[in-house]
Design a protein around this ligand. Sequence first.
Ligand code: KG4
Ligand code: ZN
Length: 385
Amino acid sequence: MKILAIETSCDETALSIVEALEEGVDIRFSEIKSAINSQAKLHSEFGGVFPNLAKREHSKNFIPLLSKLLNDQSVESIYIDNPTKKHAMEILERYPDRAEDLIEFAVKNKPTDIDYIAVTQGPGLAPALWVGIVFARVLSLIWNIPMVGVNHMEGHIVSVLGRSNKNTDVKLPSLALLISGGHTQVVKVSSWGQYEILGETQDDALGEAYDKVARMLGMSYPGGPEVSKRARLLREQGVSSIYELPRPMANSKDLRFSFSGLKTAVLYKIQEIEKEFNQLDEEKINHICLAFEDSISDVLIKKLSIALANENYQSLIIGGGVIANQHIRNILSNFANENNLEILVPSQDHATDNAVMIGIAGYFTIKRSKPAVAPDIVANGNMSL
Ligand code: KG4
Ligand code: ZN
């Protein structure tokens, strides 16, 4: 089965063709081709993702990316009748400046071997999600290919199946930790497609906390990678942080997280240092980054230990943009070893938002739902697993 996957929930416009190959009872996924455009630089001047800018950029970049994705694939020209064209124009009503181009492109470039289309339905920024959904519906309509709406968080869970040496033959139940810019969740994966949220953040997501701390320290969005780079600098010298930050909710005995207090603690620490020394030098900034990362590392391990005490898990899945962080990968991998858990991690480019994970989640969605041609899918910014 070949799936064209579309992801526009935040600041990445991502398209992929993913193939699902059945190997006995197991499925192996392979990435045939991807095309992605990140808007991170554009949003950095706003200090975060600006929804209407994201929407504009997704709709501007969609056709060039689709063209790149299909340029070496087998495509054919098809005929479009007037009622279908009219219907497509109606779906594209809010994108008048893209409508003609998208319809013309679709008519000239129908892929000959795509079985389904999968598009992120939520959670995410509604204006951004709508672009993917509307454009996917038009392709589905003109190409007469059935489609499904996919949960982005299921995407982050199954992103670990995007590795070439992996298939669905994973020991379950699995404990999944999802840490991204929008979410921090601990999820029980009983089977592929069956998920239960065990706990989540009560306020900021972990990636959001990284980005806010980075911003307070004068770094540009998204600041997660810069904060972790600075923490690593000290860690590699064997230096411990001269500062100590709280471990919010580490002792709450449940799986709830909270990172907004930690962010405030960082703010107070910065104010305290500025008062004492008049300024924040590079060295002190690095020490704050290290103290922050030590704090969140402790919290993550504490919460995972609580989850393990409650149930006999066989494996640990980690997903979400923050997993691009090597230190967090290391501590989670050590934790898995110590607890005899098989660990599943996405590759670096499947950790942050991408369409391969949407294609894989699309496969499971297709199996449990009824794909249809251009269904009335509604963007759901708060979609839950
Ligand atoms: O999953 P993702 O790409 O988008 C959402 O669905 O939110 O996650 C983006 C988040 C951002 O907050 C970014 O700062 C964080 O992942 N991130 C990192 C690193 N790389 C990306 N955080 C810490 N260390 C990193 N190396
Ligand atoms: Zn994400």
